[in-house]
Design a protein around this ligand. Structure first.
Ligand SMILES: [Zn+2]
Ligand SMILES: [Zn+2]
Length: 277
């Protein structure tokens, strides 16, 4: 599978000269089968606009998985032009406290918050409630598990194409389940089930351990926790993700350098980066 990062930032976009290398767009990752077009997008932050560029004028036909509904994971939806091109088919799966997921999404995405509602995105859009468990989408096998975060149900994913595997755990607050062995947060069962043995773990690294406990109520993990989970779950590689909007390129480089002695290779997800698994 081919995994392309189009938004790696958490919370809010961060344009500017200090953020050029890792990028300023919020969370969005596109998955494709080898040389095919992207057919599965995880999260629809502002980075999803770049998926339209990747499709080079052709319509998106596939699924969008929303880990949760915070702004930095949905704000790109109405700007996803490939999802509105003739011939589009966009199946959106989202956590929903309401029986009708469209009703949930519409509450934060309709006048007066935004000029249009999701029902106006196009005739090929459909909305389904995301539940814990395993499902098949666009030739990928997806396991969804709930993660501790803040302000609404949040899912992490384990995705396989039969050959390679990816775990996507963003907006994850493992300290909610206790300090864990290193004090960075619990290596809890859901996180381990999602991550164990994967080829690539993409994990929330909004903070570093030194910023805790002051940031513990914000619902995120530290880069040190991501490395500890990567080691405990025996993953092949770790990409730090959901960078703080104030973290400069140099500061992200320093976080990666600080984890260089980790037994699992660590890098930071960068906008425009493609990883072939
Ligand atoms: Zn987020
Ligand atoms: Zn969030």
């Amino acid at each position: 599978m081919k995994v392309t990062f189009w938004g790696t930032r958490g919370s809010t976009p961060s344009p500017g000269a200090d953020f050029l290398r890792y990028g300023g767009h919020t969370s969005s990752v596109a998955l494709a089968h080898d040389s095919g077009p992207p057919t599965l997008v995880i999260d629809a932050g502002t980075g999803i606009r770049k998926v339209s560029e990747q499709l080079a004028g052709t319509a998106f036909r596939g699924a969008i998985l929303l880990s949760h509904l915070h702004w930095d994971h949905v704000h790109g939806l109405p700007f996803f032009s490939a999802g509105m091109a003739p011939g589009h088919r966009v199946r959106v799966l989202l956590p929903s406290p309401d029986a009708d997921p469209l009703e949930t999404l519409t509450r934060g995405f309709s006048p007066p918050h935004f000029p249009i509602a999701p029902s106006q995105l196009g005739p090929g859009w459909s909305f389904e409630r995301l539940e814990e468990g395993t499902t098949g989408l666009e030739g990928f096998r997806i396991l969804a598990r709930e993660l501790p975060h803040r302000g609404g149900q949040t899912f992490g994913f384990r995705i396989t194409d039969g050959t390679a595997s990816l775990a996507y755990l963003t907006d994850h607050c493992p300290t909610d389940f206790g300090p864990g062995p290193g004090g960075y947060g619990a290596l809890h069962e859901a996180a381990l089930e999602l991550a164990t043995g994967v080829d690539l773990l993409v994990h929330d690294a909004q903070f570093v351990a030194a910023e805790f406990p002051g940031v513990a109520n914000l619902g995120h993990a530290s880069a040190e926790y991501a490395a500890a989970l990567a080691e405990a779950a025996h993953v092949r590689a770790l990409l730090l993700y959901h960078h703080s909007p104030s973290r400069t390129d140099e500061e992200i480089d320093a976080i990666v350098t600080g984890l260089a002695s980790s037994p699992v290779p660590v890098a930071a997800a960068r906008e425009g980066m493609t990883v072939e698994l």
